[in-house]
Design a protein around this ligand. Structure first.
Ligand SMILES: [Mg+2]
Length: 356
């Protein structure tokens, strides 16, 4: 099977629930859709989350130009990995290059699954299985966002994560108290600080959260993702479990950071596609660290199904708005489906939301 064509398109995919951060409310997801056509008539599909609209055009252009070097190459993830590793040795593969290559890796695995009529997780040795997931909410502001928590409960989630962006930890406690009271003591509650603090501030805040008895399953990214010393000191100083990993680039970052986190949640794009995911998951398993996912519910559902140290799937559906059959929650779980990754483009919706 050889690569015949790589197609990249950018869309602003409408979101069922806008993503809210301390800075903005995002009504649509900037995505690059990657389709790889092969000489055997099978094609593979995946998408890249661009984070911000100005990333879309460069990603589309880069993938389109890159495809000239890859047409005629074997459509195998390991072969493309080898070829592009040497092609980008001097530049490095972090940032946009890594995102594009990971999208390609996912699309190639999708093609391989479709070629044998199997879900991708079967290629990694397992059948699809229901994976417990958590609803990944944005910024929670008391008095404004209770309806979002109610919606999570109505959909059957047994775990909920919120972000906070308040100046004081007293406001953090007040907001989390509202959520904890709404969801009761049995459901899991997680907090994402999105790299907001230095280590001393993070330690001070988390100690107050602990004294407040909020029973947090984890506190995520309390300090900047690359701050190894910061993670070490936070982890030593507090008893709450620390989660990190969505900003690790490739398995090398997992190897560097794994001893300084309790939980890991590699982003299947930044970690290097499914190929990178399983290398990072093995590093985490050897260190005794359970692995959750970040975004990309479809690919993550396949990856986690075949990950022996799987923890929770993050439910944040960014691509359902351009698919004919979006993935769904059932009894608080997501189950992978095939063939391939189970991604089904809705061409009408794509045409309506196409930007590049
Ligand atoms: Mg996060």
């Amino acid at each position: 099977m050889r690569i015949e064509r790589i197609k990249a398109r950018a869309v602003m995919a409408p979101l069922a629930v806008p993503i809210t951060t301390a800075q903005a409310s995002i009504p649509a997801a900037p995505l690059v859709l990657v389709d790889v056509e092969t000489d055997e008539g099978v094609s593979g599909s995946a998408y890249i989350f661009g984070y911000t609209p100005p990333m879309l055009k460069p990603l589309v252009t880069f993938l389109t130009d890159l495809s000239e070097a890859l047409v005629g190459s074997p459509a195998h993830p390991a072969d493309v990995d080898r070829q592009t590793a040497s092609q980008f040795r001097l530049l490095g593969r972090q940032g946009m290059v890594g995102m594009a290559l990971a999208g390609l890796d996912l699309a190639l695995w999708d093609a391989h699954g479709k070629a044998v009529g199997q879900p991708v997780c079967a290629l990694f040795g397992t059948a699809p299985r229901p994976l417990p997931c958590y609803d990944s909410q944005g910024l929670f502001v008391p008095g404004r966002d209770e309806r979002l928590i109610e919606a999570s409960l109505a959909r059957g989630f047994k775990a909920i994560k919120v972000k906070l962006g308040f100046p004081t930890v007293a406001e953090d406690v007040a907001a989390l108290r509202v959520v904890r009271d709404m969801i009761g003591p049995e459901r899991q509650l997680m907090l994402d600080y999105n790299q907001a603090f230095d280590a001393p501030e993070a330690i001070a805040r988390i100690r107050v959260l602990e004294e407040a008895g909020l029973d947090l399953t984890w506190v995520e990214e309390p300090v900047p993702a690359e701050d190894l010393a910061g993670y070490r000191s936070v982890r030593t100083a507090v008893s709450t479990a620390i989660q990190s990993g969505e900003n690790w680039w490739h398995p090398a970052d997992a190897a560097r950071m794994i001893a300084a986190t309790d939980y890991a949640m590699p982003d299947i794009i930044k970690i290097g596609g499914l190929s990178g995911w399983f290398r990072a998951a093995a590093i985490a398993e050897a260190a005794g660290v359970p692995v959750s996912s970040h975004l990309f519910v479809e690919a993550s559902a396949h990856a986690l199904a075949a990950t022996t140290n799987a923890h929770l799937l993050e439910w944040l559906d960014v691509a359902g708005g351009v698919m004919t059959e979006p993935y769904a929650i059932e009894d608080g779980c997501v189950t992978a489906r095939g063939p391939g990754l189970g991604i089904t483009w809705d061409d009408d919706k794509i045409a309506r939301h196409l930007v590049h």
